[in-house]
Every structure is written in C-alpha cells, then in structure tokens.
Design a protein around this ligand. Structure first.
Ligand code: SF4
Length: 452
C-alpha cells in the first residue's frame, strides 16, 4: 500500500507507538470486526494475549491500558490523557468494560489479558491475539495482529490493517529511486511528495494537516514546560524540562545555549510522552522529541524561518521515514533504538536541510549521516519504561541531527556512503543484534541499573 506522510506523522498518546498506539488500534479494529460481522451482541467475553516484546515490556509501556481503551472503542488520536485515565480506572474497579462503547461485558485484567513472555507469534515479536466468546464459552471470532512500529499494525494474514487506498504515483523503495523521480520530474523532494499526496488530498488540505501536526508538537512542548513533579512508574524520574526552561529564560546567552534550548524542547516532548500525554508519533513515540526539537531550532535560530519551511521539513522527513519503513523497520523490537531514535535523527537532519533550501543530494547526505552515527544503537529501557535512556536520547539525537544537517550543507552532496547503503547496514545490524537489546529489557542498561 502506498504510504502517506500522514501515516508517518500522526497524533497519538504516550508512551509508545508500537506498545501503546498500535495495540490500541488493533483492539479497536478487532471490535470493529465484531460489529461488521454482526457478532457484537453475542459476545460475552474477550480474551487478549500479548506475546514477545509486548509481554516483556508491555506493562511498562502501558500496553495493557491501551488494549483496554481500544476494546472500549477509543482511538489514540482523539482520547485525552485524563479521559484515558478515568476509563482505565473505571474498568479496573468494576471489572466491566463497554465493548466498542456499545456492549457491556465482564473484563478482569487478571483473567482476560495474558502475557506470553517466552512465546512469539509467527510474524513479529510484537504479537497480539484477540478472541471473542459467547455466553457458553464458544469462540465466535479470533484474530492475530502485529504492531510493527510507529503505530502501524498488520493483520495475521499479513495484509496491512486499515482501508485500502488508491496507489500514489512516483512510488519509491530506495533513496536512489526517490532521487531519480525528482531528477526526472525536475522537482525537489518535498515537491515530489506533494505530487504523491495529491492522490488522497488537495495540497491545501495537506498543508492544513501538516500544520496541525506542528501545532500539536508545539502544544506538547508547552505542556512539557509547565508540568511538574515525577514521571509515572517505579523509577521516580523527575521532569527536567520545566527547570531547564525556567533557567533558559533568566540566564544570559552563551555561545552554546542553542544546545540547551534543543535539549529543553526534546526533553519536554519525551517527558510528556512518558507521562502518557499527547504527542505526534514521529516516526515513533519513543523518538517523538527529535522532529519537534529540530523544528523549534529551525523556527527560533534560523533567519528567515517560516511556515513554508516547516512544510518542506515535514514532507522531506516523511519521505525519509518511508525508506526506513520499507527497507528496514521503525520498530525498536526489531531493530533496536537505531530504528527509532536513529530514524528520527536521519529524518530531522534531512528535514532541516530541506527547510534551509539544501539540494536533494545534500538532503540524502544529511539523512545518511544522521543514521550512520546511530548504527548499533540498542533498545534497553530500564524497568520497561520509556524513560531511561529514551528521554535523554532524544536530546542527544536532536543535536546530532542538527550537526548532520550542517555537515551536509557545508558540502555539495557528494559523499562515499549512500543512504541506501546505510539503511541496508542498519537492517543487517538490527537482525544481528541480540534480542536482549530489542525492547525486551533483558540486557544493557535495563539489567545494570537498579529499578529503584
Ligand atoms: S530505548 Fe529507544 S527504541 Fe527503546 S523504548 Fe527507548 S526510545 Fe524506544
């Protein structure tokens, strides 16, 4: 199926796109199937099994809550954090859930949701099995889903979940094909993306949606600056963005203060994400701080920055994300953190070059640098929470993205290692990486840092 930039950038809730947003969408889709197959009224119980990485780190990543919210008919893009909290509290207290907002059934988390930590379903480590039963315990419907990263879900039969859509022109699987289309059409990458997106929406409507994403990112930063206290979970991590923001407003400028600002913007977003707040998945929730931090950098520190530059940034970053989605993966459970923070860094570097009117060759160069120096980055979240190392890692990834863009802009786009070569290397590295470093919390910092 042709990908849209709005598949890459979408509003979701924290803390994880693969472990929160994807499972919520899968649970909701399962209930939608019960409705379309006219099975909802006969359903008396729903059993949910979480497998592999979803079972190992799902509780820290709020997968259990996400499934429950999806079964209740909620969508990640529209539910507010406090509403989600209230729904979860109600279900847990009453052991009853209103399936799809229409049919009340018994739902006891201990009975109806099981974690299969040593088992995986055949196609991906982030597997889910949903089963609906009638009053006599007979199975009415069963379906497997996979959360394959960035909030994307795939059904058990390997069809992309969701409604089919018309194919876009200028399809590309590699950076080389993308650059060839641009060369043949005489277009910059962001312009080619607009031509593709015309298949589904007018350029005006696309612009509105992208600016909406930018506003959600800005609102997330502001909430992150004004929130206080500790993040949820056993680690009792204190939010750092509010204090850093206050310091930056009162302290004199220094030559490196730009780094402090970039850190503050990234920390604000990822602290909000860790708290279950509203973020733009870009391309995942764990790495959601990098695109907003680099966009804020562009708007605050680059002369002549404007909304057109923001649009160029997002369209170009979206094109780069598609390459990783098609040729490797956006899933920390498949690729380690190089598939999340690494990809976001690559996207942001390319987006910034495009915003600053760099050439297509310089954009490809920036994206390549952004990934090359994240190769091998492991995923080892302490206590299964998207906090350590995730939050700080976004600040580091943002600074790296800006530097990658600057390196590329100082050159003419010619370079030794191509983006396609680095994506291939990333995929091989991810496959060779031990599973203990792929969102299982069984290795790395997760076993060397005490949980409390
Ligand atoms: S370490 Fe990276 S990939 Fe793993 S949960 Fe954190 S942000 Fe996601």
């Amino acid at each position: 199926m042709s990908l849209s930039v709005l598949d890459i950038f979408k509003v979701g809730i924290g803390p994880s796109s693969s472990h929160t947003v994807g499972p919520m969408n899968a649970a909701r889709q399962f209930v939608d199937t019960l409705v379309t197959q006219d099975l909802l009224d006969a359903t008396h119980a729903v059993d949910v099994g979480l497998y592999g990485s979803l079972a190992l780190t799902g509780l820290g990543h709020a997968t259990d809550r996400a499934v429950l919210l999806g079964l209740a008919g909620h969508r990640p893009e529209s539910i507010e954090a406090d509403e989600a909290e209230a729904v979860v509290r109600r279900v847990n207290a009453a052991h009853r859930l209103v399936l799809g907002g229409r049919r009340e059934i018994e739902f006891d988390r201990a009975t109806h949701l099981s974690l299969h930590k040593r088992e995986t379903l055949p196609r991906h480590t982030n597997g889910m099995r949903f089963s609906a039963r009638d009053a006599d315990g007979r199975e009415l419907h069963q379906a497997d889903y996979y959360s394959v990263g960035g909030g994307f879900i795939v059904c058990g039969d390997e069809q992309q979940a969701g409604a089919p859509r018309p194919p876009a022109p200028f399809e590309f699987d590699t950076a080389r094909e993308l650059l060839e289309h641009c060369h043949d059409q005489g277009l910059e990458i962001h312009e080619l993306m607009v031509e593709r997106e015309k298949t589904w929406a007018s350029p005006e409507a696309l612009r509105v949606r992208l600016l909406e994403m930018w506003r959600v990112m800005q609102a997330c930063v502001q909430r992150g600056f004004s929130a206080q206290g500790l993040l949820p979970g056993v680690l009792k991590v204190r939010r750092r963005a509010p204090k850093l923001y206050r310091q930056l407003q009162t302290q004199a400028d220094g030559p490196l203060q730009v780094f402090d600002w970039v850190d503050a913007w990234a920390l604000a977003v990822n602290e909000e994400n860790a708290a279950g707040g509203r973020v733009v998945t870009a391309p995942t929730n764990g790495a959601a701080g990098i695109i907003p931090a680099v966009l804020h950098y562009y708007c605050h520190f680059e002369p002549g920055a404007d909304e057109d530059g923001v649009i160029r940034f997002l369209l170009t970053a979206g094109a780069i994300a598609m390459l990783y989605k098609k040729r490797a993966s956006l899933s920390g459970a498949e690729m380690g953190c190089q598939g999340e923070v690494g990809v976001a860094c690559s996207m942001a570097a390319a987006g910034l070059v495009s915003a600053l009117h760099g050439s297509n060759a310089q954009i490809e160069n920036a994206a390549e640098i952004g990934m090359e120096h994240n190769l091998g980055l492991t995923c080892d979240p302490v206590a299964g929470l998207v906090q350590i190392p995730c939050i700080e890692r976004n600040a580091m990834g943002s600074v790296k993205a800006i530097n990658a863009a600057r390196l590329a802009l100082r050159g003419d786009g010619t370079h030794k290692v191509s983006l396609d070569q680095v994506i291939r290397t990333m995929r091989q590295t991810g496959r060779d990486m031990s599973t203990i470093y792929k969102e299982t919390s069984e290795g790395g910092l997760a076993v060397n840092v005490p949980e409390c």
